[in-house]
Structure formats: C-alpha cells, structure tokens
Write a protein that binds this ligand. Structure first.
Ligand code: UDX
Length: 447
C-alpha cells in the first residue's frame, strides 16, 4: 500500500512540500497551528507569493473542482498521527530575539505535539534547518513521548529550496540528503523519493549530524561566495576596477563557477543571515567556534554593503544631508519573485535614508503589503513610474524582471533628475546611459 504522508507547518517549505508530494501521487495531510492559514490553503489559496505554487495546490486540494483530492489540511494532531506513515516536519527555525542562536521552540513543539499521538509505527522526518545535534535530542524525545515507543523513528532530510523557485527545487532537487539510523528509515525515504522527484538526483545517505550540517554548510558556502564578490567590489571601488567583469572572468573557471557572484547590496531573507549566525552560535557551544570565525567576516562584509549603498546615494546627491531629497526605491523584497521582506537589504537601505530625513518612495511588484507592515513610515507608490516621479535619485535595490524591462527614456521624463544607482548590478548600463541617465553600480567605474 502506498505510503501516506503528512506535512507539519505550511510556510514556504511545508506548503510546497505538501503540494509536491500530492503531485507525486501520495495522499497528503498538511497541518498548521494558524487557523487562517488552514482556511486559506483549504480554499486553494497560498498565504505567500511563490510562482507556480497556487496552481499546484489547486490541482490537488480536496474540494476544489477538478482536483485530485489528494491533499487536505487540518489543525488536529490526532488526525495527523492516525493518518500518516511518514510525517515531514517543516516548521520554521528563526533567529532568537536578541541572540544569534536558532529558536527551536516551533520544531520542539511540533515534534512533541505529534509524538504524543503516535500510537502506530511511523517515520518522523525533520526538514527544518536546525543546529547540529537537534535530531539526536528529538529522537530521544520521541521515544519518551510516543505511545508506539521504538516503532516510531526519526530521520533528517534537509531541504535546499530557494524562494521564488520552491516548486521547481522541490520537484527537481539537486540532491536528496537523508540522515538515518536504520535500514528501515532509509528504505522508507527511498520509497518516498523513488518517484519522479528523486529520479536523477543523487541520494546521499548519512548520519544525523552530517545531514544537519550539510544544510548549514551549504548556506554558509553560498553566503561566503556573495560576501567574497562583495569584498572584491570594495577593492574594485578603491582601485577603479569593474567587479562585474571580474566576476564574469573568474566564473569561467569551473572550480569557481559563475553563480552567486553578483555583487551588490548583499544577501538577506529568512535563511542565509540567520543560518550563518545560528551556525556560529552552535559551533561556540560545541567548542569549535574558531572554525567559523570567518563567518563573522562574511556577515560583516554583507551588513556593511547596506551602509555603503546609503553613502553612495549621499555622494551621488552631492554629499551632506538627505533632508529635502526625493529618493525613489525600486524593490522591497530580499530577492525577486518573492513577497518576502525578512531582513531585506532593499528595505534596510530605504529605511536608513528615510531615518536620515530623505523622502523615500518605495515600489515593489509583490512585496508592498509585507513592506508596509514592516516599515509603515516609508512612502509607497503603486508603480515604478509613480515612485520615480520627481525623484532626485532612483535606487534599484531588488532585481525584478519588471525593472529590467522599464523604458529608461520614458522614465527619464518623469524623474526630477536622471540619476540611477543599481544596487544589484542587474540593469543594462548601456541602455540607461543612452537614454541620458547617469548610471552607477556598486563595484563598477562611474562611466
Ligand atoms: C537560500 C538557499 O539558496 C537555499 O538553498 C536554502 O534552502 C535557503 O536559503 P533563499 O533564501 O531563497 O535560499 O535565497 P537565495 O536565492 O539563496 O538568495 C539569498 C540572498 O542572496 C538574496 O538576498 C539575493 O539577492 C542575494 N544574492 C544572491 C546576491 O546578493 N548575489 C548573488 O550572486 C546571489
């Protein structure tokens, strides 16, 4: 009989995983503790913007016309425990308030609430990004709490999806990593992934700590690549070099690779910043803090890019105060194709200029509601054109396709001054300069 799957937590990770599992033919039950989320998902609506996810969900959510009916949602732990053979734990692990460490309270609560109801054999599979050592601790907790005792096992199966590509990354993962303690757990996970999702993807079987570490190591490496190229941008700025050309040239070396070498205002979002901090905190607890001191530098290079963008703007405006200056900001989310504004470099830059007296007007294709909630005192406009009207300077801070497709000539007629600063190195300088704009980008010569 086919395995029955449950997914606990319906954020970016859980909602996508649940829909993807249904797409692969499994019966899936998703759980969340937030009633509004469950109501939305049951209507086939996604609580966040993620390309392709709503379509996938509507294809499978029970009760929606023409759906397969394979996907349902609930708030009832007993129902989940009774239904599932494999339970994926997909709740979030944010940074603790005022600390670097990871807040494990949601994972702990989810595993405990589930375990208390597990009266039949099951595999609990952690997908959340957690400090190394968590799986071992949680396995012991399950053994303590589950009525089925040793018949309930834990496995760790980190998720590598990127926001904006969540559906694609879940259905076609680069690799599948599983941390297991028994042949049965491995066999069960092979069965889950013996579907199109796993075909062609390397399947790495390992122990708990390695599986947990793969995720934090991968994110640390990505953060390091971005901060490396941003450090090169600083040197280029000092030496008059062009970091975009430099990145292109070093990227041709296959050992280096061209991805994640786009210099700009740096990384943000709900993962990379908090993951490298939590990793440092955990290494400290383990007495291995020296091994990760370089991540402090990665973090600090990243954070100072935001201030450098503010200073670049000040200089471009002739120096001095921002008082009375009109600043148009294109982009609020931490990356394009997402409505996520968590730790967004774009909003940070906009906020700094606003707090220093600038008249800031922000426009973002999908992130306006979230940005308004997080930073209600900033000015907002309903289109790029409206944001740019009368501006002394335009800042391009999130590289949405919509901004690359703007007509610089038409926009120039609206702006007070044809001055654009590209914080993402993503616009075509030739195009903008041809339309009479002064175009500047981080780490590149002025003209
Ligand atoms: C990341 C990892 O990529 C993913 O594998 C993991 O599962 C979760 O964390 P995500 O947070 O969605 O995914 O964003 P990502 O695409 O990695 O971008 C992170 C940040 O880096 C963004 O703010 C982006 O603008 C920035 N970035 C990325 C750069 O500044 N330069 C680059 O070259 C690439």
């Amino acid at each position: 009989m086919a395995l029955k799957i449950t997914v606990i937590g319906t954020g970016y990770l859980g909602a996508t995983h649940a829909a993807a599992m249904a797409e692969l033919g499994f019966e899936v039950l998703g759980l969340d503790v937030v009633p509004e989320k469950i109501e939305m998902l049951t209507r086939g609506e996604v609580p966040m913007y993620e390309p392709g996810l709503e379509e996938l969900l509507r294809k499978h959510v029970a009760g929606i016309e023409g759906s397969t009916g394979r996907l349902r949602f609930t708030m009832d732990w007993a129902e989940v425990a009774e239904f599932g053979d494999v339970h994926f734990v997909c709740v979030n692990t944010p940074q603790k308030h005022g600390e670097y460490a990871c807040d494990m309270s949601y994972v702990d609560a989810a595993v405990e609430s589930l375990a208390e109801h597990l009266a039949k054999p099951a595999l609990v599979v952690g997908k959340s990004t957690v400090p190394v050592g968590s799986a071992e601790r949680l396995a012991a907790r399950i053994l303590e709490l589950a009525p089925a005792g040793g018949e309930v096992e834990l496995a760790w199966n980190p998720e590598f999806l990127r926001e904006g590509f969540a559906v694609q990354d879940t259905l076609h993962p680069d690799r599948i990593v599983v941390g297991v303690r028994s042949d049965l757990a491995e066999k069960t996970l092979r069965e889950v992934y013996a579907t199109p999702v796993g075909q062609g993807s390397p399947f790495v079987v390992t122990d708990f700590p390695t599986a947990e570490l793969v995720k934090t190591a991968a994110n640390s490496f990505l953060a390091t690549k971005i901060s490396f190229i941003n450090a090169m941008a600083e040197v280029c700025e000092a030496a008059g070099g062009d970091v975009a050309k430099l990145a292109e040239a070093i990227g041709y070396d296959e050992r280096i690779g061209s991805k994640f070498l786009r210099a700009g205002i740096g990384f943000g979002g709900g993962c990379l910043p908090k993951d490298i901090r939590a990793f440092m905190a955990r290494a400290g607890e383990l007495g291995a803090d020296q091994a990760l001191t370089f991540l402090r530098e990665i973090d600090s290079i990243n954070m100072r890019r935001r201030g450098q963008m503010v200073e670049m703007t000040r200089e471009a405006l002739g120096g001095g105060s921002f008082l009375g200056k009109r600043v148009a900001v294109l982009g609020a989310t931490f990356k394009p194709d997402s409505d996520d504004v968590r730790d967004s470099p774009a909003l940070n830059v906009a906020g700094q200029i606003h707090l220093q007296g600038g008249q800031v007007t922000v426009y973002d294709p999908k992130g306006m509601d979230n940005a308004r909630r997080l930073f209600p005192t900033l000015g907002y406009a309903e289109s790029a054109e409206a944001a740019v009207r009368g501006a002394d300077v335009v800042l391009h801070l999130t590289e949405w396709r919509e901004f690359r497709e703007l007509d610089p000539a038409a926009l120039g007629d609206l702006a007070g001054t044809r001055l654009i600063l590209d914080g993402r190195n993503a616009l075509d300088p030739v195009l903008w300069r041809k339309a009479g704009w002064t175009y500047r980008a981080m780490g590149r010569p002025a003209a």
